[in-house]
Design a protein around this ligand. Structure first.
Ligand code: NIG
Ligand code: FE
Length: 411
């Protein structure tokens, strides 16, 4: 048995419990000063104040001294498009001249540009590139990510993408949850035939993904000029019948009813929600859906910010993620999303910690294993060059993470 002691924790801050935290509970964290944590084979066995710690240090295999700094659960980035070919820096001059995101997509650029590059890339190229991203994320304090396909849109590339994710989840210390997002855009071969694309191609790939156990979630871009509510619903129903959990990119740019659909279908999460209205918020609440907010995308697309305060007040659990992708959010830095959550969503530091730990963990069906520092859970944590969460929310542009521990190992 491998025993680890983490000592000299100035402040240990964590949500408590394994469920989605909503309303007032979103802002409730446990705070323990001068604490120690003990783990055995990566599982937390004790958390207490230093004054109550009586064991001899030399009885441990490893001792980490965090020198009075802040410790939180490892961060959970539950919305990324991790695996893609190329980048899209050439779009920025077009955008600065006024080209709009959906217009670029309608003309065969945007997501479809990345689709071409992802189809061309080999398994090894995608694997190496994504592995580099995961290393960067871990150094930023992230210990769990969700990763979706959706830049293949044909059978071979979608399967290749999900196999890259699977291989990484077996070799990389990061916990990775994968989603099939065949319905990310309408591929060129099916231009004008979105219904056929869903009923034919997505259906057969979904069956293969299920059979090979390559994803546990299914995601769809429900948006003007992409998939309408009726098409998204058909696709999600098919997936639900096969046993997948659901997620929906909803009300990102236009409010076409994606959130209402998410509530009706009892999706695990609804993503973006920049344009959500009162009925959409009500639907999320009634359906037990977690709002997955992506503030870096609002920033990068120069859009408004989702009404996070209203959602919290109405009792919708809120999570925050990066949406890392080559178009609308080429940043994998969840610390930046934390800054934006603080300043633009006006969430409190406690609410934000919940939004990047237990709420996304719960939404990925991992709430009983990760997302909070409690006895019996995995020892996934981040050590910060900060005394408290206020500092982490306030400082901006530097990496404040000075140590990441994954399942009881410093990584
Ligand atoms: O979540 N909205 C759809 N998909 C991504 C962007 C993908 C891209 O632009 O490559 C998003 O913003
Ligand atoms: Fe996304």
């Amino acid at each position: 048995m491998e025993r680890l002691l983490i000592k000299n924790i100035g402040l240990l801050q964590t949500p408590v419990g394994s469920y989605a935290h909503k309303g007032k509970e979103q802002g409730e964290n446990r705070k323990l000063k001068d604490a120690v944590i003990i783990s055995e084979d990566g599982i937390i066995t004790k958390i207490c104040e230093a004054k109550d710690f009586k064991e001899k240090e030399d009885s441990f295999d490893f001792v980490i001294d965090v020198e009075g700094n802040l410790v939180t659960p490892g961060l959970v980035d539950a919305h990324t498009h991790l695996v893609f070919g190329g980048f899209r820096q050439h779009e920025i001059p077009l955008k600065l001249k006024g080209a709009d995101y959906l217009e670029i997509l309608r003309q065969g650029g945007g997501i479809l540009d990345t689709v071409r590059k992802t189809r061309e890339a080999t398994f090894e190229e995608l694997y190496d590139k994504s592995e580099g991203f995961l290393d960067e994320m871990m150094a930023l304090g992230v210990t769990t990510v969700e990763a979706k396909s959706g830049y293949g849109l044909d059978r071979d590339t979608e399967i290749k993408t999900l196999e890259v994710i699977k291989a990484l989840s077996e070799s990389h210390p990061m916990t990775i949850v994968s989603s099939y997002m065949g319905a990310h855009a309408i591929p060129i071969e099916y231009k004008g035939k979105a219904d056929l694309y869903i009923d034919e191609l997505c259906k057969s790939v979904l069956e293969e993904v299920k059979e090979k156990n390559l994803a546990s979630f299914v995601d769809v871009f429900c948006e003007d000029s992409v998939f309408n509510v009726e098409q998204a619903e058909r696709y999600l129903r098919m997936a639900k019948d096969m046993g997948f959990d659901l997620r929906i990119h909803a009300d990102e740019i236009e409010e076409i009813g994606g959130s209402i659909l998410a509530g009706r279908m009892k999706a695990k999460t609804a993503e973006h929600l920049i344009a959500i209205g009162d009925k959409g918020i009500e639907a999320l609440k009634d359906g037990g859906v977690t709002a997955m907010l992506l503030p870096s995308t609002s920033f990068y697309l120069n859009k408004s910010f989702a009404p996070a305060r209203k959602m919290i007040e109405k009792g919708v659990p809120v999570a925050i993620a990066t949406d890392f992708n080559p178009g609308s959010s080429p940043s994998l830095n969840l610390q930046l999303s934390i800054n934006l959550g603080y300043l633009r969503y006006r969430m409190t530091p406690e609410e934000i910690l919940t939004a990047v730990t237990i709420n996304p963990a719960y939404a990925l069906n991992l709430g009983d294993k990760i997302g909070s520092l409690e006895v019996g859970k995995d020892l996934d944590l981040a050590v910060w060059n900060a005394q408290d969460m206020e500092m982490l929310c306030y400082r901006f542009g530097s990496n404040l993470c000075i140590g990441t521990v994954k399942k009881g190992r410093l990584v």
